[in-house]
Design a protein around this ligand. Structure first.
Ligand code: CO
Length: 147
Protein backbone atom coordinates (compact mmCIF):
# COMPACT_ATOMS: atom_id res chain seq x y z
CA UNK A 1 0.00 0.00 0.00
CA UNK A 2 1.52 3.32 -1.04
CA UNK A 3 -0.61 5.60 1.14
CA UNK A 4 -0.72 5.04 4.89
CA UNK A 5 -4.07 4.95 6.66
CA UNK A 6 -2.96 8.04 8.61
CA UNK A 7 -2.38 10.00 5.39
CA UNK A 8 -5.78 8.90 4.15
CA UNK A 9 -7.36 10.11 7.37
CA UNK A 10 -5.61 13.49 7.14
CA UNK A 11 -6.69 13.77 3.50
CA UNK A 12 -10.22 12.79 4.39
CA UNK A 13 -10.39 15.41 7.16
CA UNK A 14 -9.05 18.21 4.98
CA UNK A 15 -11.50 21.11 5.20
CA UNK A 16 -13.95 19.13 7.29
CA UNK A 17 -15.18 20.23 10.68
CA UNK A 18 -13.97 17.96 13.46
CA UNK A 19 -15.57 19.87 16.33
CA UNK A 20 -19.31 19.60 16.96
CA UNK A 21 -19.69 22.17 19.76
CA UNK A 22 -18.18 23.59 22.93
CA UNK A 23 -18.79 20.85 25.44
CA UNK A 24 -17.78 22.81 28.52
CA UNK A 25 -15.57 25.57 29.90
CA UNK A 26 -13.34 24.52 32.80
CA UNK A 27 -12.95 26.92 35.73
CA UNK A 28 -10.45 26.50 38.56
CA UNK A 29 -11.97 27.29 41.97
CA UNK A 30 -10.66 27.07 45.51
CA UNK A 31 -13.95 26.06 47.10
CA UNK A 32 -16.42 24.05 45.02
CA UNK A 33 -19.42 24.50 47.33
CA UNK A 34 -18.96 28.27 47.44
CA UNK A 35 -18.63 28.41 43.66
CA UNK A 36 -21.75 26.24 43.17
CA UNK A 37 -23.68 28.50 45.53
CA UNK A 38 -22.45 31.57 43.62
CA UNK A 39 -23.71 30.18 40.28
CA UNK A 40 -27.03 29.27 41.95
CA UNK A 41 -27.65 32.59 43.71
CA UNK A 42 -26.13 34.99 41.17
CA UNK A 43 -27.28 33.33 37.93
CA UNK A 44 -29.97 30.85 38.99
CA UNK A 45 -27.92 27.97 37.54
CA UNK A 46 -28.03 24.49 39.06
CA UNK A 47 -24.97 22.22 39.20
CA UNK A 48 -24.41 18.49 39.43
CA UNK A 49 -23.41 16.70 42.61
CA UNK A 50 -19.60 16.70 42.83
CA UNK A 51 -17.66 13.73 41.49
CA UNK A 52 -13.99 12.88 41.87
CA UNK A 53 -11.95 13.46 38.71
CA UNK A 54 -8.41 14.02 37.49
CA UNK A 55 -7.19 10.66 38.85
CA UNK A 56 -8.34 11.61 42.34
CA UNK A 57 -6.83 15.13 42.32
CA UNK A 58 -10.10 17.03 41.70
CA UNK A 59 -13.67 17.53 42.87
CA UNK A 60 -15.76 18.35 39.81
CA UNK A 61 -19.27 19.77 39.38
CA UNK A 62 -21.00 20.70 36.13
CA UNK A 63 -23.14 23.85 35.90
CA UNK A 64 -25.80 23.58 33.20
CA UNK A 65 -25.92 26.80 31.17
CA UNK A 66 -28.33 25.44 28.55
CA UNK A 67 -26.25 25.15 25.39
CA UNK A 68 -23.00 24.32 27.21
CA UNK A 69 -21.65 23.50 30.66
CA UNK A 70 -19.31 25.18 33.12
CA UNK A 71 -16.99 22.62 34.73
CA UNK A 72 -16.01 23.74 38.23
CA UNK A 73 -12.70 22.20 39.29
CA UNK A 74 -11.51 22.22 42.88
CA UNK A 75 -8.18 20.56 43.61
CA UNK A 76 -7.91 17.95 46.35
CA UNK A 77 -4.64 18.69 48.12
CA UNK A 78 -1.68 20.45 46.57
CA UNK A 79 -0.80 17.99 43.81
CA UNK A 80 -2.26 17.88 40.33
CA UNK A 81 -2.38 20.34 37.46
CA UNK A 82 -5.30 22.43 38.73
CA UNK A 83 -3.70 22.89 42.16
CA UNK A 84 -0.56 24.13 40.42
CA UNK A 85 -2.64 26.36 38.12
CA UNK A 86 -4.43 27.94 41.14
CA UNK A 87 -1.12 28.55 42.88
CA UNK A 88 0.38 30.23 39.82
CA UNK A 89 -2.59 31.99 38.20
CA UNK A 90 -5.38 32.09 40.80
CA UNK A 91 -9.02 31.24 40.23
CA UNK A 92 -10.61 31.54 36.82
CA UNK A 93 -10.74 30.19 33.29
CA UNK A 94 -8.69 26.99 32.93
CA UNK A 95 -9.62 25.22 29.67
CA UNK A 96 -12.12 24.93 26.84
CA UNK A 97 -13.50 21.52 25.90
CA UNK A 98 -14.72 20.67 22.40
CA UNK A 99 -16.95 17.74 21.57
CA UNK A 100 -15.81 15.35 18.82
CA UNK A 101 -17.22 12.12 17.33
CA UNK A 102 -14.02 10.06 17.25
CA UNK A 103 -11.29 11.14 19.66
CA UNK A 104 -8.64 8.72 18.35
CA UNK A 105 -9.15 9.88 14.76
CA UNK A 106 -8.88 13.54 15.83
CA UNK A 107 -5.73 12.85 17.84
CA UNK A 108 -4.16 11.24 14.77
CA UNK A 109 -5.08 14.26 12.62
CA UNK A 110 -3.83 16.77 15.18
CA UNK A 111 -0.56 14.89 15.70
CA UNK A 112 -0.10 14.80 11.92
CA UNK A 113 -0.64 18.57 11.92
CA UNK A 114 2.13 18.92 14.53
CA UNK A 115 0.05 19.66 17.62
CA UNK A 116 1.23 18.51 21.02
CA UNK A 117 -1.15 16.02 22.64
CA UNK A 118 -0.79 15.63 26.43
CA UNK A 119 -0.85 11.91 27.17
CA UNK A 120 -3.44 9.36 26.12
CA UNK A 121 -7.25 9.74 26.20
CA UNK A 122 -8.71 9.04 29.66
CA UNK A 123 -12.25 8.82 31.01
CA UNK A 124 -13.27 12.29 32.26
CA UNK A 125 -16.41 13.94 33.65
CA UNK A 126 -18.12 13.78 30.24
CA UNK A 127 -16.44 10.87 28.44
CA UNK A 128 -13.06 9.89 26.97
CA UNK A 129 -10.98 13.06 26.96
CA UNK A 130 -7.53 14.32 26.02
CA UNK A 131 -5.74 17.69 26.31
CA UNK A 132 -3.70 19.71 23.80
CA UNK A 133 -0.77 21.75 25.07
CA UNK A 134 -1.54 25.51 25.09
CA UNK A 135 1.81 26.11 23.32
CA UNK A 136 0.21 25.03 20.06
CA UNK A 137 -3.27 26.52 20.59
CA UNK A 138 -2.69 30.27 21.04
CA UNK A 139 -2.26 29.99 24.79
CA UNK A 140 -5.48 28.13 25.59
CA UNK A 141 -5.52 24.68 27.17
CA UNK A 142 -7.84 22.66 24.89
CA UNK A 143 -9.65 19.48 25.89
CA UNK A 144 -11.36 17.16 23.40
CA UNK A 145 -14.13 14.86 24.56
CA UNK A 146 -15.76 12.06 22.61
CA UNK A 147 -19.56 12.29 22.84
CO1 CO B 1 -12.82 19.63 31.20
Amino acid sequence: MSVSSLSLKVLFNWGMQMIKKVSHLGMAVKNLEEAREFYRSAFGLESSDPIIGGDGTLRVSMVDVGNTLIELLQPIGNEGVVAKFLEKRGEGFHHICYEVDDINAEIASLKAAGLEILGEPKPGAEGMAVFLHPRGTYGVLVELVEK
